[in-house]
Design a protein around this ligand. Sequence first.
Ligand code: ATP
Length: 447
Amino acid sequence: MTLDPDAQKPRLDMETLVSLCKRRGFIFQSSEIYGGLQGAWDYGPLGVEMTANIKRAWWRAMVQERDDIVGIDASILMHPQVWKASGHVDTFVDPMVDCRNCQSRFREDELQSDVCPTCGQRGQFTEPRMFNLMLRTFLGPVQDDAATVYLRPETAQGIFVNFENVLNSMRRKLPFGIAQIGKSFRNEITPRNFIFRVRELEQMEMEYFCYPETSLALHEQWIEERRNWYARFGLKMENLRVRAHAKEELSHYSQATSDFEYLFPMGWGELEGVAHRGAYDLTQHASSSGKQISYFDEERKEHIVPHVIEPALGVGRCMLAFMTDAYDEEIDEKGEKRVVLHLHPALAPIKVAVLPLSRNEKLTPKAREVHALVRKHWMTQYDDAQSIGRRYRRQDEIGTPLCVTVDFQTVEEDNAVTIRERDSMAQVRVPVAGLVDALRDRLPDVV
Ligand code: ATP
């Protein structure tokens, strides 16, 4: 991943986002009380809702709304031969250099010059050494080479080794895809930029198996599908670009790869890769396992090794992009600053906040009743602490699209409540009897 130093300065700095994420319960540093662990982050109460929403939105588009893709959930630990056959044991490496002056460690391909970014010394880097990014552990009580297994560095191989199982059990015809969401581990040399580059990550990957002759067109088609997905969930298209890899940049398995790059707070960086993996993985596993792995074409009466198109992205990077994109600082009608996350309702951690005007005992039972009604349908928050204005601000800052306010008129006069919209700050009054429908109308694409 290279960052474009000439990128226009993004509007949000990472520190502001990290601080919001911590303050409002999205993301915490892992093992913080012990000083943290590099490259590992914990998702808090709002973060876990948002990542679940991102995964749901991806799964819906990839599996639920299509006839040609099914899901699996393979184990993280796999037979070590998988990683030999896939090429990861030999080639999943990054060039690592150390600064002789300050001992800082870097990925050589990420350095802009021979000046050390930590101490500023010139020409002090060691020769690059190839460093394998797979994390290792042992299975069983004996800790020797024979017991070595790897924590998977990508979810894709769990799909390839299950190709025949899915093909036969689900009676698939080409083209078809297998999708998976799960944790992967990479011993990154320089984890940094918050959740952009971590050592424990969650990936959403889909392998689309197709006839070799249609594969290039399908690669293009998947780039469009993925672009449409980002647009559907409100990502600003001016912050997203597609970059085709040059030949020398391609991974060991790839015939062509295009990256979606996003304008993150630190500059342009890879958000998602759409790779053309050819027949590489299935061929490798067939020869390594001695099993036939292919598709029998009934019409042609021949066995084909399908080609594969793979859109792959990290859940965390995706969240970072949507958070960055949604962040805004506005001046409200009173001339005060309001921080607002304009998140798509489907991605927002909390869909509806129920707010009694005050803690007055007349209001509380009604507000609780309204809350009980709404929480059956969506993720909600009930908040009665401090002024109503401050509570709106708190909800704006975490991206809650709708607030429902219960006031004295509700209990004394009309059994109606006020719905306040996050983006326009417009307020409408609706009867409690019609509240769920009114909220649903204002929560498009939310399931
Ligand atoms: P990079 O060049 O940034 O190291 P990559 O090209 O190795 O990434 P892929 O192997 O294509 O990444 O992985 C697919 C996706 O998984 C990436 O586009 C990214 O969204 C996510 N991803 C990969 N590595 C990491 C990581 N260390 N931390 C967070 N997300 C990651």
